[in-house]
Design a protein around this ligand. Structure first.
Ligand code: SF4
Length: 360
């Protein structure tokens, strides 16, 4: 029998596997808690499980920690981690702190869902690097577990409070693993992160937006829009050729009607799209929808032609949306000093030292 990944198992699946293998049901609850609430890496860290049962558990399950290849910390508190997976591939995870903006501690983790990405957005370091494979549910939850474990060594009270599936990869092209990871992370006996505190960010896979509204209406939705014209979006977000704007926006309306939740539209602004006409069209397209627009000044990326937009033009764009009564904000630029845009740390390491790190 193939061993099961402890980090990618629902508690119910773990119970069933324990019973099938002659272990008591309560052992599954204990193991689930040790792995998913406390982030342990080894059976011998599970203090309430004896040697005999640990050996039996080890024949049924495995725990696969992620290895930190590199960690960076920005002056603004943003932290970026490069993890090595069991097969030698690498992924990035970014932790953003918003303590100074809210009355409570808010630690938002931006997790990856694929190694590389098949969508190929030209402004994105991950997209420029191609697609390697989907992550498993255990590799997705593993990013949260490793960060919690690491940060709890500095502050025992540290917890990840919010998750955005916005790291490397298109989450809806790995739908089943992402949805499973969400259910595991939501488990009361594990990380216990509320469904409403998790957000899937998509480049625009319209049929999966509809599926999300039907399967799990509590999970938040963000859409990388970036242009209101198909001919531009076809280039900027190439999945638009498969799911053009009209189909995408219909799916978003369906999601907000079904869930009564607003959709966040990410709009990366750069020289090619920061115009008054673009902003006016955006107002027309989003009129009447529960929506919020998040304007993102694009970080410069090695090897990309896309140029950063100036501050005055960003402000002009925002004012047009406000005049059209569309809720809008400009995303804080975070981690500029640590390659925090999608895929940049990995890309830089590929260039400089990643090859040698991979071999070590
Ligand atoms: S921006 Fe997102 S969807 Fe586009 S290539 Fe990068 S990871 Fe993929």
């Amino acid at each position: 029998m193939e061993k099961l990944d402890c980090r990618g198992c629902l508690e119910g699946e773990m119970r069933a596997a324990c019973l099938e293998n002659g272990l008591k049901k309560f052992r599954a609850n204990q193991v689930f808690n040790w792995v998913n609430a406390r982030g342990v890496h080894h059976w011998d860290e599970m203090k309430n499980i004896g040697k005999q049962d640990s050996e039996r558990l080890d024949r049924v399950f495995f725990i696969q920690p992620l290895t930190v290849l590199k960690a960076q910390r920005s002056a603004d508190g943003t932290r970026k981690f490069l993890f090595r997976l069991a097969d030698g591939e690498s992924i990035e995870t970014v932790l953003m702190d918003y303590d100074h903006l809210t009355s409570r501690d808010r630690h938002t983790l931006c997790v990856s869902t694929q190694v590389g990405c098949p969508v190929g957005c030209p402004f994105c370091a991950t997209g420029m690097d191609g697609f390697r494979r989907n992550l498993t549910a255990g590799e997705i939850t593993g990013q949260v577990l490793e960060i919690s474990r690491l940060l709890q060594q500095e502050d025992p009270k540290f917890t990840v409070t919010n998750i955005v599936f916005m790291g490397m990869g298109e989450p809806f092209l790995n739908y089943d693993a992402v949805m499973k990871a969400i259910r595991i992370l939501n488990s009361e006996n594990g990380q216990n992160i509320g469904m409403r505190r998790m957000t899937i960010s998509t480049s625009g896979v319209a049929p999966k937006i509809i599926q999300l509204a039907q399967d799990n209406p509590q999970v938040g939705l963000a859409v990388s829009l970036h242009s209101v014209r198909n001919e531009v979006r076809d280039t900027l977000v190439p999945i638009n050729r498969r799911y053009p704007l009209q189909e995408l926006l219909e799916a978003c309306r369906y999601y907000s009607d079904q869930t009564n939740r607003r959709v966040t539209f990410e709009f990366a602004l750069h020289q090619q799209n920061v115009s008054k006409e673009e902003a006016e069209k955006l107002v027309v397209l989003l009129k009447g929808m529960l929506a919020h627009v998040n304007l993102i000044p694009i970080n410069p990326v090695i090897g990309s032609d896309v140029q950063k937009a100036g501050k005055e033009r960003l402000t002009m764009f925002k004012r047009v949306l406000e005049a059209g009564k569309i809720p809008v904000s400009i995303r804080e630029e975070k981690g500029l000093d640590i390659d925090a845009a999608c895929g940049q740390l990995r890309q830089r390491l590929e260039c400089e030292e990643y090859a040698s790190l991979k071999q070590s």
